[in-house]
Design a binder for this molecule. Structure first.
Ligand code: GCO
Ligand code: MN
Ligand code: MN
Length: 389
């Protein structure tokens, strides 16, 4: 049985250099793990069975590297990729660590910072494309405020739009095969971050010059920090054709950004998420944007990475069982029965259909008496998840 939970390239499991490379610094404590080089991280990921590795520009090339250093780092990284067979499906820009970005990047009040952010992003896009990335993530960690005395939020929307429009034109001009995935988060590190949720990003994308090039990168922890249902957010993004990437991890509701191992806290949400991705046939990266507990050494980091992938595969198998479970499927079918009685009224609007429906009679009391058997359905789901079914 355990053999079937071994990751393969077809699973498209990816990690960021910053995830397994996380050294365990937090606001109250110093690093607890030695930094691994990008080449060491590639080898670690290959050892645990990942398919790909993603990075921020400065995870790979330090912000103050000389051109010669950059070339050497990129050469070594490419060699490690070639040696291990790992791919780079996604890249992104660090627009949050450097003090220059303390008031945001594309939405900073200082026009020079906005210009520098664009320059840094164009260079990072070039780097990502050079290494094979076809998805480019934008996470605006500093694009927000602590107080709205500082910025007009309408101007911020316009500044962010101007930046994304500029960069989609840049990508077209270069002839790159690259799509953008915008990643929302409600807060942290800023007090409030603009475009706080997947829904907000979807609304924004429709206002861009090239909306077809731009989708979302929903992160489980981020929607949960906002108290929202992640499965619903991902479903809406998928249905809109906008699920370009996904960040998997876990999170206790309403806490700080915990970035826990996938499936380690909300098993049920993780289950319905995996079921959704598998049922609809999402074929992008399954990217784990999480890190090991601060208590771990490098072996613990591997346990963390293996755990993310193994839990995904276990839940994928559970989803197949849910779909094949006659009693569960029977209950679902029963809840949706009754269509033959209203078949004449179903379908797109026509004047005749509307008139017939207005004249129809319904036994409202009987509809209200119906039991949906969701207690039973959910209990069966729980028993399946708990391993007794
Ligand atoms: C976070 C974010 C980041 C982004 C990453 C890629 O809350 O820290 O999720 O990890 O995903 O910067 O843009
Ligand atoms: Mn996060
Ligand atoms: Mn993320």
């Amino acid at each position: 049985m355990s053999e079937s939970y071994t990751p393969t390239p077809a699973d498209k499991f990816t990690f960021g250099l910053w995830t397994v490379g996380n050294i365990g610094r937090d606001p109250f404590g110093e690093p607890v793990r030695a930094a691994l080089s990008p080449v060491q991280i590639v080898h670690l990921l290959a050892e645990v069975g990942a398919w790909g590795v993603n990075f921020h520009d400065n995870d790979l090339v330090p912000i103050d590297a000389t051109p010669a250093e950059r070339d050497r780092i990129v050469r070594d990284f490419k060699a490690a990729l070639a040696e291990t067979g790992l791919v780079v499906p996604m890249a992104t820009t660090n627009l949050f660590t450097d003090p220059a970005f303390k008031d945001g990047a594309f939405t900073s009040n200082d026009p020079r910072v906005r210009a520098y952010a664009l320059q840094k992003t164009m260079r990072a896009i070039d780097l990502g494309v050079e290494l094979g990335a076809s998805t480019y993530v934008f996470w605006g960690g500093r694009e927000g405020t602590e107080t709205d005395a500082t910025k007009n939020p309408v101007d911020s929307v316009k500044r962010f739009r101007e930046a994304i429009n500029f960069l989609t034109e840049y990508v077209r001009d270069q002839g790159y095969n690259l799509r953008f995935a915008l990643e929302p988060k409600p807060n942290e590190p800023r007090g409030d971050i603009y475009f706080a949720t997947v829904g907000a990003m979807l609304g924004f994308i429709a206002t861009l010059d090239h909306p077809e090039m731009v989708g979302v990168n929903p992160e489980m922890a981020h929607e949960q920090m906002a108290g929202l249902n992640f499965v619903h957010a991902v479903a809406q993004a998928w249905e809109a054709g906008k699920l370009f990437h996904i960040d998997l991890n876990d999170q206790v509701y309403s806490r700080y950004d915990q970035d826990l191992r996938f499936g380690s806290h909300n098993i049920k949400t993780a289950f319905f998420l995996v079921k959704l991705l598998e049922d609809v046939g999402y074929d992008g990266s399954r990217h784990f944007d999480a890190h090991a507990y601060r208590t771990e050494d490098v072996e613990g980091v591997k346990d963390f990475a293996r755990g993310c992938m193994r839990t995904y595969l276990i839940l994928k198998e559970k989803a197949q069982r849910f779909n094949a479970d006659a009693e569960i499927q029977g209950l679902l079918a029963e809840a949706q029965a009754g269509g033959e009685e209203v078949a004449a009224y179903q379908g797109a609007y026509t004047a005749e259909r509307a008139a017939a429906l207005k004249a129809a009679t319904f036994d409202r009391a009987a509809l209200g008496r119906k039991g949906y058997a969701y207690e039973r359905l959910d209990q069966l789901t729980m028993e399946l998840l708990l391993g007794v079914r």
